[in-house]
Design a protein around this ligand. Structure first.
Ligand SMILES: NC(=O)c1ccc[n+]([C@@H]2O[C@H](COP(=O)([O-])OP(=O)(O)OC[C@H]3O[C@@H](n4cnc5c(N)ncnc54)[C@H](OP(=O)(O)O)[C@@H]3O)[C@@H](O)[C@H]2O)c1
Length: 188
């Protein structure tokens, strides 16, 4: 599968490490703009960068599976998300990209757990939420050769719960009660 990752920071690298197993992955950063995109496009950028990416690449993302991985925290207060409680960054992104298939994924996984494939002794699970079943299946298939486990978290509405989990996990790590390489694991 051809996959493009926008953003080459902690998450872009950790997600790319897994997707490179069995797929053709290309990377885009602010100094190397994209000329074409794979069928799956991972937006490994801060929440605040999503609007500029929509402005810059919206037309080229038509028909693509677009992965939102953001945790839209208010980093001034660390006390709230920047999206309404009944919405999510992913739902906002889908509204701005109505002709793309937006998925929420990876936001509940710290980068270290994607690189190692483990949360403690448990296999790292990537939750995937979205309204298009084929799009969710394509991401799960793209990760099949990686050590990660995937799980269908339901419709894109579930992105708000995933963002709440991501927020809580960050609070636990910021207060040093868990490691930035730890967090929530899922056992079947
Ligand atoms: N780190 C984690 O463990 C973790 C876990 C779950 C979710 N997340 C989410 O993952 C996202 C990325 O986090 P991160 O830790 O990887 O951050 P990071 O290390 O700071 O990397 C962010 C990347 O985004 C790029 N970027 C920013 N604006 C851009 C634009 N307009 N066009 C292209 N690239 C742009 C930056 O490139 P330049 O430096 O060139 O601008 C940088 O490569 C965030 O939304 C975060 O909430 C992170």
């Amino acid at each position: 599968m051809e996959i493009t990752i926008i953003g080459t920071g902690n998450m872009g690298k950790a997600i790319g490490h897994n997707l490179e197993m069995g797929n053709d992955v290309t990377y885009v950063d602010s100094t190397h703009p994209a000329t074409s995109f794979g069928n799956i496009v991972v937006l490994a950028v801060p929440y605040g960068a999503l609007d500029s990416i929509v402005d810059q690449y919206g037309d080229q993302l038509v028909g693509k599976v677009v992965i939102d991985i953001t945790n839209p925290l208010n980093f001034d207060t660390w006390d709230e998300l920047q999206v309404p409680a009944d919405s999510s960054a992913a739902a906002e992104l889908q509204a701005k990209l109505p002709n793309s298939k937006v998925l929420k994924a990876f936001n509940t996984n710290f980068a270290g757990t994607l690189s190692s494939g483990k949360v403690g002794d448990t296999t790292t699970t990537v939750l995937i939420a979205g309204d298009d079943d084929a799009a969710k299946k394509s991401l799960a298939t793209a990760l099949e050769a990686s050590p990660l486990q995937t799980m269908d978290a339901g419709s894109l509405k579930r992105a708000r719960e995933m963002e709440a989990v991501g927020f809580l996990q960050m609070k636990l790590a910021a207060s040093k009660q868990i490691s930035w390489n730890g967090g929530f694991g899922i056992n079947k």
